[in-house]
Design a protein around this ligand. Structure first.
Ligand SMILES: Cc1cc2nc3c(=O)[nH]c(=O)nc-3n(C[C@H](O)[C@H](O)[C@H](O)COP(=O)(O)O)c2cc1C
Length: 212
């Protein structure tokens, strides 16, 4: 059975554009693939902990068996990674905060990009010391909401967009190459500009997930 992992990372509720749009995309995915299992995570319900010294010690331990204390240090990370690796389709809702991702999403990333779990490292391999481990036929949809507009590739503010290149780098690093970004801008302007952005994002969702 295939699995969809849907993750939201806005603290807002009904007013969140990322949440409203991931919901629309999720509904289309479930219509198209009714047999797929859905997993949902709201990163503000149980914010992933920051990586700390004991996490680092456990994650980089060379021992085959971790001590009970080390196991506990990476327990949440293990759980998030198991969930991540079990999915075939990812659906992420990520607001742009200060030209990058919100800290809850960065905390999530720091927990799931982990040596020997989602990538491997072999310093003796001259050609390819790092190898991705989250491989498979995986597709990722990312809904990004912004207050301003013009952050997409080819637009005037793309050079200020540190969210898309960062996500692309980390997820490609672990093996996910098929990443589709959908933007909804103009939250700060509101009115017709915002309505137009939402309409455009919905149109892109319809084009991406064709349902007959
Ligand atoms: C802390 C914070 C930082 C933000 N930084 C930016 C930014 O750098 N650029 C931008 O265009 N909008 C920025 N915004 C606006 C949000 O991206 C926008 O409100 C978006 O719609 C939030 O996503 P949501 O609707 O899913 O909550 C920021 C908002 C907050 C709360």
């Amino acid at each position: 059975m295939k699995r969809i992992l849907h993750i939201d990372s806005s603290p807002r509720h009904d007013r969140s554009h990322t949440k409203n749009l991931t919901r629309q995309l999720r509904d289309r995915l479930l219509k198209k693939y009714p047999e797929h299992e859905l997993m949902y995570r709201d990163l503000y319900v149980g914010i992933p902990p920051h990586v700390d010294a004991s996490w680092i010690e456990a994650a980089f331990s060379k021992d085959e068996k971790l001590s009970p204390r080390q196991k506990q240090a990476v327990e949440i990370s293990d759980h998030l990674i198991d969930e991540f690796l079990s999915a075939d389709i990812y659906l992420l809702g990520i607001p742009m905060y200060n030209f990058g991702m919100p800290s809850v999403f960065k905390a999530y990333i720091d927990n799931i990009i982990r040596v020997n779990r989602t990538f491997s490292f072999d310093p003796s391999d001259q050609n390819e010391p790092y190898k991705p481990l989250a491989v498979g036929n995986k597709t990722m949809y990312v809904i990004v909401a912004t207050g301003d507009d013009g952050f997409q590739k080819g637009e005037e503010l793309f050079e200020l967009n540190h969210l898309e290149p960062h996500l692309q780098t980390v997820f490609e690093f672990i093996g996910i190459d098929d990443i589709k970004f959908i933007y909804c801008g103009n939250d700060e302007y509101g009115g017709e500009k915002l309505e137009q952005s939402i309409k455009q994002a919905l149109g892109e969702i319809e084009d991406l997930i064709e349902v007959h």
